[in-house]
Design a protein around this ligand. Structure first.
Ligand code: SF4
Length: 64
């Protein structure tokens, strides 16, 4: 799995961090920071939850 985020379109909701704090953080302005672009398998479900929760649809996941 690979995760991509379009930071320019992030609206700083923080939903991704709530769903997957191991994978996402926010900078001082609230913009998403992707912590693990290639997460371990045990975090795949969390990554998918974050994708579903993002209100701006700026998270993309490419499954292997
Ligand atoms: S859930 Fe989406 S819009 Fe909200 S901080 Fe994360 S990437 Fe940005």
């Amino acid at each position: 799995m690979k995760i991509y985020v379009d930071t320019d379109s992030c609206i700083c909701s923080g939903a991704c961090v709530l769903e997957a704090p191991e994978l996402f953080d926010q900078d001082d302005d609230g913009l998403v920071k992707l912590l693990q672009p290639e997460p371990p398998a045990q975090l795949y479900d969390a990554a998918r939850r974050a994708l579903s929760a993002c209100p701006a649809a700026v998270i993309q996941i490419v499954e292997d």
